[in-house]
Design a protein around this ligand. Sequence first.
Ligand SMILES: Nc1ncnc2c1ncn2[C@@H]1O[C@H](COP(=O)(O)OP(=O)(O)OP(=O)(O)O)[C@@H](O)[C@H]1O
Length: 501
Amino acid sequence: MHSLLLSLENISKSFGPVKALKNVSLQVAQGEVHALIGENGAGKSTLMKVLSGAYTPDSGTMHLDGQLYAPASPAAGRQSGIAMIYQELTLAPHLSIEENIMLGLERTSFGFVKKQQQKVKEALDWLGQGHLNPDMPVNRLSLGKQQLVEIARALVIESRVVILDEPTSSLTAEDARALFNVIRKLKENNISVIYISHFLEEVMEVADRFTVIRDGESITSGNIAEVTIPEIIRHMIGRSVEELYPQISHSIQEPLLEVRNLVTAPYHKEITFNLRKGEILGISGLVGAGRSETIRSIFGLEKVRNGQVKIKSHPELNAVYINPGKALATEMDLLSENRKEEGLALNLSVATNITLSALNKYSKFGLLNLSQEYETATEWSEKLRIKCRDPKQAIGRLSGGNQQKACIARLLHHDSDILFLDEPTRGIDVGSKAEIYRLIQTLAVEGKAIVVVSSYLPELLGVCDTLAVMYRGQMSDIKPVSAWTEHDIMLYATSGTKVTA
Ligand SMILES: Nc1ncnc2c1ncn2[C@@H]1O[C@H](COP(=O)(O)OP(=O)(O)OP(=O)(O)O)[C@@H](O)[C@H]1O
């Protein structure tokens, strides 16, 4: 290990009765990429909030370069050289690249402004983004580029530690590659990176060392080169995951949903396919290929230019356009990829969030049976291992991955026949992923029809029966998963070209 730069010793932090961190220690060397690994709710974000100055620990100490480090605020943390880059980026969308990079730094004189422009330019050049116009508003940039703007901001203030919290979960493969190159450059310049990710393959590629935390305690640390993914999983969840992609045999039967010549808003391509009872259909493709738009249009959430959607159980609804209320009533359900804005009522309890779309199950004469609602929520929390103190707790207090699990619980509880799952395992740890894959298989056994949209190809190949790939609004033929190779999928996803046998 290079020389020690940062040391967190015996950090504890509680939120009321929840002990989020119990004597956690973490050592980070100068210029290393240190992966912080743990299940949903293990305490990773809380630890990083302590490090960045957003939370004050209840006990424990931190040292930065041998000096006691006790930031009173995130601004103090940044000033000491700790830059936190959250998964949900914190840029001001309408401000320019330059304004965002310099945000919080005082402009005092004209000379300073000149110097500032110079610094912004240097940082962008360094990140290989010299071609970007600093006056462009950041909301015109892709998510990957916006992340680089956040890193540029960290460079300008000469950060020594950059914390990346699940940086690739919404990035295209290309943007993720660019990010890895930047991480390598940061290392070469002796800047340390703390890297949080549930994608263990990525961790193996990018990190030098790792620390695993479980239930708020540090479990082990070591060199990445000396550990395997199954070993990391065992440390994370205290047991091995026997099968990441459990297979439960199920039969595919008659179509439940027929989509004919569907044309969605930004594209002029017609999509036609059947979704059958007991089928798990995966939709692959790059970000922006129209995957989410397609399933959202079928569900009635996006504008449809043309086409027909027929639901077998409701032949009267032979409609071009259905609204989501009708979609719910007609036995379709959608898990949005955007859980904060579309999936959850953050101030309401976990129990209410889970039962929200099926409240009629708990009401009689207009009154809700709360104890029954609570019981059901407890069952689902256990089934999906949702880590919460109590189902009455506000869902906004749960860790990101646990919020996502609650969204899935709601969908399963609503018990529709046709399910659209958009990025169902984003932000979810490996152990829970395996549970969700098992549940998807069980749904197919029960005769549901399921569409899974995902950017994580191994999960589509591991879970689905059939697969289609999208390219610029156009959908490939649907083929059994076994008939696709990764090469064919990428070829179609990047060029819309079919492989000829
Ligand atoms: N502000 C808060 N109030 C109450 N409890 C909280 C708060 N923030 C975090 N917690 C709890 O602390 C524990 C650790 O949460 P944390 O967000 O640190 O987990 P995580 O490891 O980052 O999880 P994920 O991988 O899902 O992002 C969880 O039980 C969570 O519910």
